[in-house]
Design a protein around this ligand. Structure first.
Ligand code: GLC
Length: 753
């Protein structure tokens, strides 16, 4: 390995000026240098070694010993990367074998799912999406990179960029929500945080834009299930967050488990070559998801392991996670001419390029100077800030914030659930570090009495109800912390009903009978349907699974030290029967409306068949979500006035500015996420009734007014039509500036060709 490094350094040196001021430039320029090193290496590698680089070997993070078989595989250059090696001594030993004993001394990449924190847990990604704050995303991934790289992790399988429109889907918890504009901003920020200023910094870890693509479109919200995505929808909805991540330099991409229109993503040449490589010029590497190569057999797309390897290789999959279709068959497939060695060389080049960019040839070992500085105070503060910014207040009928000395009955299965509060994908988080609401109330000397009432979110037992009711009666107000355990959220954990599990609703209703005000706090990995209890409670706070500092964040919000600042990144359904539901839906030929809608129990007995509105709604739950995308309350109120457009008509590539004023009409300083939506009224394909195209956080004192403006050009109005032409089209556009996707001041302009 040393000779390649010397070659690499020599090449960089030759391109550096004396004063090193071009050091950064040299590193940036070094891509060309990397190609020289890569070609030099490739020329020395045997077919077995090349195949070895495409092998991401799965291991158990709980393994107590390092198998000799694995060490020998590394020694022979048959492993390119390792997943879940969590003992630093194992990381160090395996890397030493790779860089000192393997034939070409090629370093390993060590990978881990570092999704919303490594030790310091931030809110789940859906929660962070509710912050509508790219700094929250960037900071969370920067902290995660610092903590995880200290134990040798240099590659994470994040950000997850799957647009999600169905809260039954367990993995909505990991998603950036239902909107591509917001998801793109967050995706860019996550990549920036993980990869830092330079990928070869020892605290930087390679990001992985996943799951490519359309995973969130699974039928029925059933994980891993079939997706049918017309190409215009793929390009207008699912692709933009990946484009944003790749344009930010995401080093890797992961294919998704699902098939898209009959072809599994892992064997989808159109997606992996035409779109990813040719259109988006991606030059990192693509890894399959866990066993998704051999799952093409189960999909019914590959005959057997060898055929699966052939399909994945010819589709352009660079690295295989955990299964061994490449390891067992690529040599034969190349000998039989079914896969070209040239194609394999491309895989190896992509993988080596990322390893060079990570600086692994220069510094293959973890930087002990970064030694595990877990749970640093500054990091915990950032995690708390993220939890505050992610919390969405859905209802508040004059009960929040509570007076400091209120006598509180703290009740509910999630009030002291340190493991579940962290949410899904928290293998390395330590529940002992979690600050639960109970811990926070204790530490803040709150005047409270605590009783869980239910031992966990699925508890059906009512044996504690009497005691809980008695505690409520003896208090001024109930804070009921409800939700779902972490295991009910995340991968493979889709739910057909997304009500509060167990006997939580029953207990809430019993507590409501005491006449005490109830603050319902929800800790969950998805919107939870609360139609059955919304009238029994006076306030609702959605904390998502808020992470390590969730309890302190909640305590500060409840007592008004901070205000809830989150806005919904997904539509909140009244019932699972409404799903999938999303704000950026089409108008249809018969959109529902208030005038025509007759609620089911208002329909006269024996009504005439056509006496009801013939339009798109449900007789029982109507046609709107419980709470719309972008919705969220704070501790003050805002008034929008005077929307203006700078021109009534603009030509292509001209800019237009839409502005309005926002006034804090309340009695305390408050924050608002001012949102900007457009509607392309007529298109060569039908267009969404609204599309988010901008937002701005404002912080106004009581009585203060601020003008907020959004400037767009026709570029922002472009979309891909059914001829796969991406362009803006002449016509009328509606615009809104307001607090969420179902309201706002409206204006319009015309785009003239
Ligand atoms: C899982 C997930 C993927 C994760 C990978 C490695 O099945 O689908 O998101 O990164 O396997 O753990």
């Amino acid at each position: 390995m040393k000779n390649y490094y010397i070659l690499f350094i020599l090449l960089c040196f030759l391109s550096c000026s004396k004063n090193g001021q071009s050091e950064k430039k040299a590193i940036n320029e070094s891509d060309e240098k990397y190609e020289v090193v890569i070609n030099e290496l490739l020329s020395k590698m045997t077919l077995e070694e090349k195949i070895g680089q495409t092998n991401l070997r799965g291991t158990s993070s709980r393994a107590k010993t390092l198998s000799e078989e694995l060490k020998q595989q590394v020694r022979e250059g048959k492993v390119g990367a390792l997943l879940n090696v969590m003992k630093t001594e194992f990381v160090d030993e395996l890397q030493k074998i790779a860089v000192e004993e393997s034939p070409n001394k090629i370093p390993l990449i060590f990978a881990r799912d570092v999704i919303h924190g490594f030790k310091t847990m931030f809110p789940i990604p859906l929660g962070m999406a509710a912050s509508w704050d790219e700094d929250v995303a960037r900071t969370s991934s920067r902290v995660a990179a610092i903590e995880s790289s200290s134990v040798g992790i240099r590659w994470t399988f994040a950000p997850m960029l799957d647009i999600a429109r169905d809260s039954r889907w367990g993995r909505i918890a990991e998603s950036p929500g239902e909107d591509p504009y917001l998801a793109s901003i967050l995706g860019k920020a996550y990549v920036e945080g993980f990869q830092g200023d330079s990928l070869n910094n020892s605290t930087s870890i390679a990001a992985c834009a996943k799951h490519y693509i359309g995973y969130g479109a699974a039928i029925g919200g059933r994980d891993y299930n079939t997706t049918l995505i017309p190409e215009p929808l793929l390009r207008n909805l699912y692709l933009p967050p990946f484009e944003a991540a790749l344009n930010t330099g995401a080093a890797t991409v992961m294919t998704s488990f699902n098939e898209i229109n009959g072809i599994p993503a892992t064997g989808n040449e159109f997606l992996l070559k035409d779109v990813l490589r040719d259109e988006l010029s991606f030059d990192g590497f693509v890894v399959s998801d866990w066993d998704s190569v051999v799952e093409m057999i189960t999909h019914g797309y590959a005959r057997d392991e060898k055929h699966a390897g052939e399909l994945a290789a010819n589709a352009g999959l660079d690295m295989e996670m955990t299964s061994k279709a490449y390891e067992n068959n690529l040599k034969a497939l190349i000998k039989e001419g079914k896969v070209s060695e040239k194609q394999l060389d491309v895989f190896v080049k992509n993988i080596l390029r990322v390893k060079l960019r990570l600086g692994l040839f220069k510094e293959p070992y973890r930087d002990v100077a970064n030694e595990a500085k877990f749970y640093e105070k500054t990091h915990l503060e950032k995690a708390k800030e993220a939890a505050i910014k992610s919390t969405v207040m859905l209802k508040n009928e004059g009960v929040l914030p509570l007076a400091k000395r209120s006598k509180i009955a703290l009740i509910g299965p999630m009030a002291d659930a340190p493991l579940d509060q962290m949410g899904t994908w928290t293998f390395d988080g330590e529940k002992e570090q979690t600050i639960t609401p109970l811990n926070a109330f204790e530490a803040a000397d709150v005047n409270y009495t605590y009783i869980a009432g239910l031992s966990h979110s699925r508890d059906l037992s009512k044996k504690e109800f009497k005691k809980a009711i008695a505690v409520a009666r003896a208090s001024d107000v109930v804070v009921f912390v409800a939700g779902e355990e972490a295991i009910l959220s995340g991968e493979a954990h889709s739910r057909a009903s997304i009500d509060l599990p167990g006997a939580q609703e029953n207990l809430i209703k019993e507590l409501a009978k005491t006449g005490k005000s109830i603050v319902l706090v929800i800790m969950a990995g998805r919107p939870i349907t609360i139609t059955n209890v919304i009238d029994d409670v006076d306030a609702v706070l959605m904390s998502w699974h808020p992470g390590t500092m969730g309890g302190e964040a909640l305590q500060e919000i409840i007592f008004g030290l901070e205000e809830p600042q989150g806005r919904l990144p997904v539509s909140w359904p009244k019932t699972a029967g409404q799903l999938p539901y999303f704000y950026n839906h089409k108008n249809t030929g018969r959109p529902a409306n208030k005038k025509d809608y007759v609620a089911m129990y208002d329909i006269p007995i024996g009504a005439w068949q056509s006496s009801l509105g013939n339009d798109s709604h449900y007789l029982d739950v109507g046609y709107t979500p419980h709470f719309p995308f972008g919705y969220g309350l704070g501790y003050t109120n805002f008034k929008y006035d005077k929307i203006e457009v700078s021109k009534d008509t603009i030509r292509f590539n001209e800019d237009i500015t839409i502005k309005a004023t926002v006034t804090n009409t309340g009695t305390r300083t408050g924050k608002e996420v001012v949102q900007f939506y457009i509607q392309d009224v007529v298109g060569s394909i039908t267009r969404p009734v609204r599309e988010l195209k901008g937002f701005e956080h404002v912080n106004l004192k009581a009585g203060e007014t601020q003008e907020v403006s959004f400037t767009i050009s026709s570029k922002i109005l472009e979309f891909t039509n059914n001829k796969l032409v991406k362009a803006a089209e002449e016509g009328d556009f509606n615009v809104w500036i307001g607090p969420h996707s179902a309201s706002g001041l409206k204006s319009a302009f015309y785009l003239k060709d």
